[in-house]
Write a protein that binds this ligand. Sequence first.
Ligand code: LLP
Length: 404
Amino acid sequence: MFLDNNRVFELLEKYGSPLYVYDEKILRQCCKDMHDLIPEQNLRVSYSVKANTNLEILKIALDEDLDADAMSPGEIYLEKLAGFPSNRILYMGNNVSPEEMQYAIDAGATVSVDSLSQLETYGQLNPGGEVCVRFNPGVGAGHHEKVITGGKRTKFGVQKEFVPEVKEILKKYDLKLVGINQHIGSLFMEPTPYVAGVKSLLEIAAQFPGLKFVDMGGGFGVPYHEGEGRLDLKETGRQLNEVISEFLKDYDNKDIVFKIEPGRYIACECSLLLGKVYSVKENYEKTYVGTDLGFNVLMRPVMYDSYHAVEIVKKDNVDAPTEIATIVGNICESGDIIAKDREVKKAEIGDACVIGNAGAYGYSMASNYNCRLRPAEVLIDMDGNDRLIRRRDTFEDLVRGFNT
Ligand code: LLP
């Protein structure tokens, strides 16, 4: 909670509800944490912008000397708008059309392909070009099966047994492999699986002399539960340094760059989501606190059963005992639950509801479901001043695509 109670109500009053609030200081610190991961090595940090694509957040990430990865032409478009030079954008296509791949090539981004057939497509579009291949190191990790992207049960990456086929296609189209990458999944809280994935990726790298970079992927976790320990970045860095140093002993290009690709770690902890309590009721012995925080605003609890810390902030700072309540939104589905059976201050109409760690995959996964308007976003800058960095949707936004 980087906002005191009065500021919560002040911001809701000024900008309306619901509201995503970002703290620039925390955001910048998280960028620095990632830069400092492996001080001994040639490390670049690439922000995986899918976590949060607000243009102001992108500009701050750029100002903190981060590069960017992109999963779609839309992300490339936004990154360029934010000022990222194209040679600092890595586009990771996943089952994309030739037109989409061409967009990335024309934009000047480095293109990573995710399968042998997409490597063929790349070769046909850009013979003689420079390309990157995403491998699946055979190891996965993540907070939910839906976000594990390495290992034997996922659609991602090229199996390492296919290295000879990769080489054949590279030769066929005279392509230069400039990098290889992986992403084993999202949110690990201890280094073991990530380091195992990197080890495996480096075994693949060793079979491709002259690479310019190895991109080890994102997935660095942050604690969502109150009192939960943090990912030990020092220890993670130490283990990574060991594995990388071992690899470098025999590798020809000593200037090879090692990249990481954090999304959540950069954008998560700098944001709180604010909402309002509009009803409180008992339904068959359960207390429901009804808010405007439907899953159109924050999808994660419904999509992945994710836990987010929740606080009821009392209006006028009155004191209140706690109770066990389920916090729900205003969407027309019974699954619209933001937090189940939580101990919170006894809520009343007019109180505020504050959700922690909302900056990653919060607004970026928000929608207009039920024709609800996506919320506004506000930044608290380095001097503590607040300003609007994205306005709330309007009804006009709902009809933008129609021939009315
Ligand atoms: N690189 C690639 C290729 C990725 O697919 C992802 C995330 C990342 C990097 C960044 O991962 P991170 O550092 O943020 O863990 N919506 C889910 C998370 C999905 C992650 C998808 N890929 C959630 O809300 O938990």
